[in-house]
Design a protein around this ligand. Structure first.
Ligand code: ZN
Length: 305
């Protein structure tokens, strides 16, 4: 069952500062929702306790506000209630769709074959899918707690991305609960998007690989399936995803103010001419998803801002 509304969200993880690429994705997510007259929500994805850094959530939200983005209702945080995730896991488990996996990341990497789509290192080869009770007991005795994986049964999942067109993938048995007990990213996103009534997920193209897994989970859980828009990334001069090593790539690192940074974003998306500083209202008026670039933008210290 596909959603029909255009309510959107931006879901940052407070594990590092938002760089210009993240902020451009946030602007796009905002533009998709607001140009459709829909709700726009902010959800802080902070389940990965080991990687969350204090103060970063505040800095991220303040960057979004500096760009002029607004959102509906209070900011939500995944850590505020674990119950919906636990319920979803329990439901999958009750249907016999989960099994414990004792593999380490290194073991999975060592045995992975070369597929398309999901990167080789991430794809699970099914090692623990059919363990006997004895094999399971033996692994339990080693003391390493298991993760929980979903039986995907090699489901082939296709979806129509608004920018990238039709994408399709055979889904592997991916993790829904990590071996430290934390609900996995894939599961939390699906549960949250459904609970928050998100109709259209707008996010970076690097997450397109995750979408078949998330759609499969939505189907297994009987949840509505949002529509997806994977927007082009911003790359550094070396052609790799923008990151700290590329220099002054965050709003607070830049000498220019937020209006100038927003003007650069607009130019890089074909929404403004050089020397122009369009307001957010201007951008909404000009916004046409069909005219957005499909290719990544390359940022360099000389051309930017
Ligand atoms: Zn395993």
């Amino acid at each position: 069952m596909s959603t029909t509304n255009s309510d959107g969200r931006f879901a940052p993880s407070p594990t590092g500062p938002l760089h210009l690429g993240n902020l451009r994705t946030a602007l796009l997510a905002w533009l998709f929702a607001r140009s459709a007259g829909a709700r726009f929500l902010i959800r802080v994805e902070n389940l990965d306790r080991a990687r969350v850094r204090p103060g970063l959530e505040e800095a991220q939200l303040s960057d979004l506000m500096a760009l002029g983005l607004d959102w509906d209702g209070p900011t939500s945080r995944q850590s505020e209630s674990m119950e919906p995730y636990e319920k979803a896991i329990a439901r999958l488990d009750a249907e016999g769709l989960l099994y414990p996996c004792y593999c380490t990341r290194a073991e999975i990497r060592a045995s992975a074959s070369a597929p398309h789509g999901i990167s080789t290192a991430d794809r699970y080869p099914g090692t623990c899918r059919e363990l006997t009770a004895w094999q399971r007991a033996e692994r339990e005795a080693s003391g390493r707690p298991p993760a929980l994986r979903v039986r995907s049964k090699d489901a082939r999942v296709a979806f129509e991305d608004r920018l990238l067109g039709r994408l399709e993938e055979v889904v592997d048995d991916f993790v829904v609960r990590r071996n430290d007990g934390t609900p996995a990213y894939q599961l939390a996103v699906v549960v949250d998007d459904a609970a928050q009534g998100i109709g259209e997920v707008v996010r970076g193209a690097d997450l397109a690989d995750s979408t078949p897994r998330q759609l499969l989970l939505a189907r297994l859980l009987g949840l509505p399936e949002p529509r997806y828009v994977h927007v082009p990334l911003v790359l550094g001069p070396d052609g790799r995803r923008l990151a700290k090593r590329h220099g002054a790539v965050t709003l607070s690192d830049r000498e220019e103010g937020p209006d100038e940074v927003r003007a650069w974003m607009a130019r890089s998306l074909g929404l403004a001419e050089a020397g122009e500083a369009p307001s957010l209202d201007d951008l909404i008026a000009r916004f046409d998803p069909d005219k957005l670039p499909r290719e990544p933008s390359v940022w360099s210290p000389e051309t930017a801002v």
